[in-house]
Design a binder for this molecule. Structure first.
Ligand SMILES: C[S@@+](CC[C@H](N)C(=O)[O-])C[C@H]1O[C@@H](n2cnc3c(N)ncnc32)[C@H](O)[C@@H]1O
Length: 398
């Protein structure tokens, strides 16, 4: 299937099932779709906690199981399938000392990304590079000059120190790519790469790549929602004419996938969500109003606090006076039921996370095609290494 045909099919699916994935079930007692999908609701509410846990981490298993009452689930999984990019035959080099100080997971991502870069005989520039380990690895392997673009001075210094230690011919450009004109970085012939440069940062690069007809380009995007505007402005023609207009919260859904290693973070997050829902139940009762009370996001450090401290903090944030000896247990119980239902009602949304991401990535890929690039789109590593494992490789056609 061509990228445009894939984009169109995904657009149709996202539009058709928008009620299922767009509104967050966190804010309501029951989502608006339950009347239309009553069998799906019964299925979800009948799940055990263990099943919810399993299905939350294994979307294929969930799709298989839910397909009895929601048959399209399997089609959605197929639609979201992306193949692995081919690995290139890279010259083996000794990296034992080079990788010291780089976190394991990041190092694996860097290696996997670099292994998919299909060119070798060219200078390379890494955009929003951090310490530029990716560019340095490429420079070391192919004996090429590299450039790193990064706005944090201390990161640039540390990156340069590392490059010097391994005799990589590197130059760090300390530039804020959102505030400064970056045209001069495109004066020298260079290929460009960006690994996990957030929303507008990689969109700026894409714009510059097209403007300056950069010959070779590779990008693994992330944080699609980090944009100055509330809505996504598509880059490609099919994106621009699509009826699907994504807002920030909807783009954020594409990122709601955790890597298994982050269990401790997840436990903290769950405690805080449970308390927020308990507080919402409390507010519904005292105000006699069946509407969600939004509360500010709680920093993870709040997970150490007691229930009493947490609830008083939430009450203060809403200027609500509560007696110091309030018995929170009934609200915690209600909050627990809400949280259990919330997790069940969230499961159908998981079927759409990758599709939203793919839609956004396809829009970028098609925009490149429209500007004379041959584009390869695929996964550069397993999802367990990073859920943001999609990579676009663009090579300008002569
Ligand atoms: C998510 S990190 C990715 C770093 C590296 N590519 C990696 O995968 O480890 C994004 C990097 O972009 C830099 N950055 C953020 N905003 C920037 C801006 N406006 N201009 C230049 N660099 C920026 C940050 O300092 C950070 O090092």
């Amino acid at each position: 299937m061509s990228l445009s045909a894939q984009f169109e099919t995904i657009s149709q699916a996202l539009l058709k099932y928008r009620d299922l994935w767009s509104p967050s079930p966190f804010k309501s007692l029951h989502p608006s779709w339950v009347a239309q999908y009553s069998e799906l609701q019964s299925f979800l509410l009948g799940l055990t906690d263990e099943q919810v846990e399993q299905y939350s981490t294994d979307i294929n298993l969930f799709a298989h199981s839910v397909s009895a009452v929601f048959p399209v689930a399997k089609d959605l999984i197929e639609l979201a399938r992306v193949s692995r990019l081919p690995l290139n035959n890279t010259r083996p080099i000794d990296l034992r000392f080079f990788r010291t100080g780089i976190k394991q997971r990041k190092w694996e991502q860097i290696q996997a990304f670099e292994a998919c870069i299909p060119w070798a005989q060219q200078e390379l520039t890494e955009w929003c590079s951090g310490k530029g380990y990716l560019a340095q690895l490429y420079g070391l392997r192919h004996q090429q000059k590299i450039n790193c673009v990064e706005y944090d001075q201390s990161i640039c210094k540390r990156g340069l120190k590392h490059a010097n230690k391994f005799d990589v011919n590197a130059r760090f450009h300390q530039i804020d790519v959102l505030k400064n004109n970056t045209d001069r970085l495109f004066e020298r012939p260079s290929s460009f790469v960006a690994l996990h440069a957030c929303g507008q940062l990689h969109l700026n690069l894409l714009e510059q790549v097209i403007k300056h007809s950069v010959k070779n380009f590779a990008l693994a995007p992330c944080c699609y929602h980090l944009l100055p505007k509330d809505f996504y402005s598509p880059l490609s023609t099919p994106g621009k004419i699509s009826s699907l207009i994504l807002e920030k919260n909807e783009m954020r859904l594409a990122l709601e996938e955790h890597v298994t290693g982050a269990q401790a973070e997840l436990t903290k997050h769950r405690k805080l969500q449970h308390h927020r829902l308990a507080f919402d139940e409390f507010c519904r009762e005292i105000s006699n109003c069946n509407r969600y009370t939004p509360t500010p996001t709680l920093a993870q450090s709040w997970a150490k606090a007691s229930t009493n401290e947490l609830m008083h903090h939430l009450a203060e944030s809403k200027n609500i006076k509560v007696a110091p000896d309030t018995d929170w247990q009934p609200w915690l119980n209600k909050g627990k039921t809400r949280y259990q239902n919330y997790r069940r009602y969230s499961l159908p949304r998981h079927l759409f996370r990758r599709l939203i991401e793919l839609w956004l990535v396809l829009d970028r890929a098609i925009a490149l095609q429209e500007n004379g690039y041959q584009v390869d789109l695929g996964e550069f590593c397993e999802k367990s290494m990073t859920p943001r494992n999609l990579m676009i490789i663009g090579q300008k056609l002569e």
